[in-house]
Write a protein of this length. Structure first.
Length: 146
């Protein structure tokens, strides 16, 4: 049996850790007056090449003092598992939506664990760009849309 270079390279690609990624959060256009939308960019760190898939765990929004704002999460995962290559021009994304049913809140940070392989991944803290509603949905890791 002959293994092609592409298949062999995919088999050897390591799983992404926090040091492999440059993660940032960005505000998107509001889909409606009572909703917000954000996307999180999971770009490769200099020289990194890895793969990642699944869902973020232990997601929390923090205020400027690092205190948990206790913003409830209301799902958002599709259950459609895909591993995304990250490296070179390839990156992954997570889409975050919220419903505004009253006042909005403005977190300073989002903290979460990356998915690991058979374990919890690295704990990550990302600066959050703008206000959100108090019912938040966090999607799965996916290739960026568009």
């Amino acid at each position: 049996m002959t293994v092609t270079g592409t298949v062999a390279a995919q088999a050897e690609t390591s799983w992404c850790t926090g040091s492999d990624l440059v993660i940032s959060a960005h505000r998107m256009n509001k889909p409606s007056a009572n909703a917000t939308a954000h996307w999180m960019r999971f770009a490769p760190a200099e020289g990194a090449s890895c793969k990642i898939g699944g869902s973020l765990s232990n997601v929390r929004f923090l205020d400027a003092g690092g205190r948990d704002m206790n913003i409830p999460l209301a799902g958002g995962q599709t259950g459609h598992y895909v591993e995304v290559p990250v490296g070179g021009i390839h990156e992954a994304a997570v889409y975050v939506g919220s419903e505004i049913q009253g006042p909005t809140v403005t977190p300073a940070y989002m903290m979460f664990n990356l998915p690991g392989q058979n374990s919890l991944g690295d704990l990550v803290l990302v600066k959050w760009p703008s206000s959100i509603g108090t019912i938040v949905r966090v999607g799965d890791l996916t290739p960026p849309v568009g």
